[in-house]
Design a protein around this ligand. Structure first.
Ligand SMILES: Nc1nc2c(ncn2[C@@H]2O[C@H](COP(=O)(O)OP(=O)(O)OP(=O)(O)O)[C@@H](O)[C@H]2O)c(=O)[nH]1
Ligand SMILES: [Mg+2]
Length: 299
């Protein structure tokens, strides 16, 4: 192994909210690293998914969806992190949903037009497409505006054609030692993965508006070889939201805790005690020092 040539590079996955970036990252890495939901703005921070095979390490950077409405400091940090993520990578995967082109896609297009690295256009959700000809208008429109290294229709959810993405990226990976140990699949800490999994289950359980107003942070964490004992705090903006998150007789919180625990036990291969608490802390999403304390980084 010592003298073998290795390749290693970074690939940013970008696109507007809800097109399936995180679903694709998980599919490419084969692990549920990045949380997903049918609500926009699920991903809030960059997260790496690492795939090492045949002397090649590809480091995918999942990013928040680039969005237009930026009411809070948190939203500005999210958009900024997208712009930062594409800086210095070796290739970019731009994910679009073939069914809908929006103003937010237009913003991503402007960002893409400024890039010099190869861009691979991934047209996602083709499982919802009866006839491939339906994709043509979008492909023609985009090909006229940008030179793509490849254009790949996929279904990230149904794992259709995602292997073609590896073939498209591989030639762009520079000769380099690996940045991460071969067996690692993410840079995220166990604490981060736990907090995110709880937020995923909350986002999926709660009605449309609530997820934007909550965040999850790990309060206490203890581990042994067989057990992880963790207590997670859910922060909401208002008292009324606290009641909704807890649910009648605590039923929502119980369900969220159980679903998160089952996923995490499978992912981490250990038993888990997970206790959830809810607190009102108004203005967390607008307060930069609060955001830093909660782990949202400036760069
Ligand atoms: N039918 C179908 N649904 C998909 C596909 N890929 C993703 N989805 C769904 O689209 C929704 C959004 O997926 P995410 O992976 O969370 O999207 P995202 O781009 O990461 O969204 P943000 O993090 O909010 O920017 C989820 O409900 C997914 O299950 C696909 O190939 N087909
Ligand atoms: Mg996402």
């Amino acid at each position: 192994m010592m003298n073998e040539i290795t390749y290693c590079g970074f690939v940013a996955i970008v696109g507007r909210p809800n097109v399936g970036k995180s679903t694709l990252l998980n599919e490419l890495v084969g692990q549920q690293i990045s949380i997903t939901s049918n609500k926009p703005q699920t991903t809030r921070q960059q997260i790496l998914g690492i795939h090492t095979e045949n002397h090649k390490q590809i480091i995918f950077v999942d990013t928040p969806g680039l969005h237009k409405h930026v009411p809070h400091a948190l939203n500005r940090l999210m958009n900024k992190s997208v712009v930062q993520a594409v800086d210095g990578v070796d290739a970019i995967i731009w994910v679009v949903d073939w069914r809908e082109w929006t103003e937010e896609d237009e913003r991503v297009l402007s960002l893409m037009q400024k890039q010099t690295v190869p861009i691979i256009l991934v047209v996602n959700k083709i499982d919802l497409c009866k006839n491939r000809e339906e994709l043509l208008p979008l492909l023609q429109k985009l090909s006229a505006k940008l030179n793509f290294a490849s254009v790949i229709p996929v279904s990230a959810l149904k794992n259709k054609n995602t292997q073609a993405i590896y073939q498209a990226i591989s030639p762009w990976m520079p000769e380099s030692p690996y940045y991460y140990p071969e067996e690692e699949c993410t840079n995220a800490s166990v604490r981060f993965l736990i907090a995110e999994k709880v937020r995923e289950k909350l986002t999926r359980e709660l009605s449309d508006e609530l997820p934007y107003d909550l965040t999850v942070t790990i309060e206490a964490y203890e581990e042994t070889e067989t057990l992880i004992k963790v207590s997670a705090l859910i922060l909401v903006e208002r008292d009324s939201q606290k009641a909704i998150v807890i649910g009648k007789k605590g039923e929502i919180l119980k369900k969220v805790g159980r679903l998160a625990r089952l996923d995490l036990e499978a992912m981490l291969g250990r038993k888990m005690f997970l206790s959830l608490w809810v607190k009102v802390r108004s203005g967390w999403a607008d307060n930069l020092s609060e955001l830093h304390k909660l782990g949202f980084e400036e760069s």
